[in-house]
Design a protein around this ligand. Structure first.
Ligand code: FE2
Ligand code: FE2
Length: 339
């Protein structure tokens, strides 16, 4: 069996405005080892959910994952660049907080997770659309939007591991173990998604579509990188993880139905079928052994867990709105249409 190749270092994307330009221009140079000078860029004038800010932030975070071909890895911990990144993060976090709104004092993480399991009878998001009337081209676009995350699936949450202890840590790692193929390279979910991309006649290159997707798709991944990379936000990282796992199984079920209706290649169906089964189990583990144990151990983190759940839903809603707005008006949802 041949696996779709996963290349290691991606190529730098194209700048989309002054912020991404400032970051990308810097990365073409050698990182100065004692460079404390500030990188000036007009963060305050930028839309926090706009393509320029989201792309600049995405590129900063990618330095912690695989970096970029031809870019000095020394930029990862360059204080000047980290200072700019902190400003981008502050603008993004403020915007997400506005979306999430007040969290009432009576809300519990358990109730919040229970709420996630209630499926609307008349659901109307992208997976419902794809299941009932969506086209194969729209399905391909959906894969492209999701490729940024699924080709690094498991990685953004893995930053949380050293910040957990006891049962929460053990259960969290047990779920991540499955995401990383349970000891088998050909079962790593990132690899399953690369196989899906090839089967769907798409480019399976890591970050291969970063220039094609809109800001909302970048924001979905930036949120998890942000939570994962800040110990301060570890409660939100776990809430985000829980929300991802709990909502995955029913959403994947609809996508399996959609793909079967469209007569999609087996490798495409396989990825989502795997998630229908695995995430039904993960959901239970996450609710009780990860979140339950974490909040009983560190009650002060409960509000952050709830914030992480709601923040996940907020950025997903933005992506869903974008997809439905473009698809229902017969347009491509990508910045760079596939054909
Ligand atoms: Fe997965
Ligand atoms: Fe999972």
């Amino acid at each position: 069996m041949t696996l779709a190749p996963i290349s290691l270092e991606p190529l730098l994307p194209q700048a989309r405005g002054p912020l991404s330009m400032a970051v990308l221009e810097l990365l073409t140079e050698r990182a100065p080892r004692n460079y404390l000078a500030r990188v000036e860029a007009p963060v305050r004038d930028s839309d926090p959910y706009g393509i320029d800010l989201q792309l600049a932030l995405y590129v900063c975070y990618e330095l912690h994952y695989r970096g970029f071909a031809g870019v000095d890895p020394g930029w990862e911990w360059n204080p000047g660049l980290l200072h700019l990144r902190a400003q981008l993060e502050e603008a993004f976090l403020d915007a997400v907080r506005r979306d999430v709104g007040e969290i009432s004092a009576e809300t519990t993480a358990a109730a919040e997770m229970e709420q996630l399991t209630i499926e609307p009878v008349d659901g109307s998001g992208p997976s419902y659309h794809l299941r009932s009337t969506g086209t194969w081209e729209q399905m391909q676009e959906y894969f492209v939007h999701r490729s940024l995350y699924h080709l690094k699936e498991g990685d953004p949450h893995a930053w949380a591991i050293p910040r957990l202890t006891g049962q929460a840590k053990a259960a969290f790692v047990a779920v991540e173990f499955d995401e990383f193929g349970a000891g088998r390279g050909d079962h790593v979910h990132q690899q399953l998604f690369a196989d899906l991309m090839v089967a769907a006649d798409l480019d399976a290159t890591y970050l291969g579509y970063i220039d094609a997707v809109p800001a909302v798709s970048l924001a979905v991944v930036n949120l998890m990188s942000f939570f994962g990379l800040h110990r301060e936000h570890r409660g939100a990282a776990i809430g985000h993880f829980a929300s991802t796992e709990i909502t995955s199984s029913p959403g994947s079920r609809r996508l399996v139905d959609a793909l079967e209706r469209l007569g999609a290649p087996e490798a495409c169906v396989r990825f989502y079928r795997e998630h229908v089964e695995a995430d039904a189990v993960h959901e239970q583990v996450v609710r009780t052994d990860v979140v339950g144990d974490l909040v009983s151990r560190e009650p002060a983190l409960e509000r952050d867990v709830i914030f992480g759940i709601r923040a996940h839903l907020a950025v997903e809603d933005r992506l869903a709105d974008h997809l439905m707005r473009y698809w229902t008006s017969g347009r491509s949802s990508l910045r760079r249409p596939l054909s």
